[in-house]
Design a protein around this ligand. Sequence first.
Ligand SMILES: [Zn+2]
Length: 71
Amino acid sequence: MKIACPHCKKESEWSKDNIFRPFCSERCKMIDLGEWANESKVIPGTPSIEAFESIDELGENDGIPPDDRLH
Ligand SMILES: [Zn+2]
């Protein structure tokens, strides 16, 4: 049985040996999964990269409260 790869539309054999099915290759599978992760199918409430970066910045002031740094 032949199936068309969802990513590149190339025909590939549907078999138990093809661990990347329905994709034709690991490359097509990873590209498709990557697109899924990068598109707007993000789980609501997931912290953004920016949130993680501000946590890092807070850790660099040696525990000095922001109010004391102003004086
Ligand atoms: Zn493919």
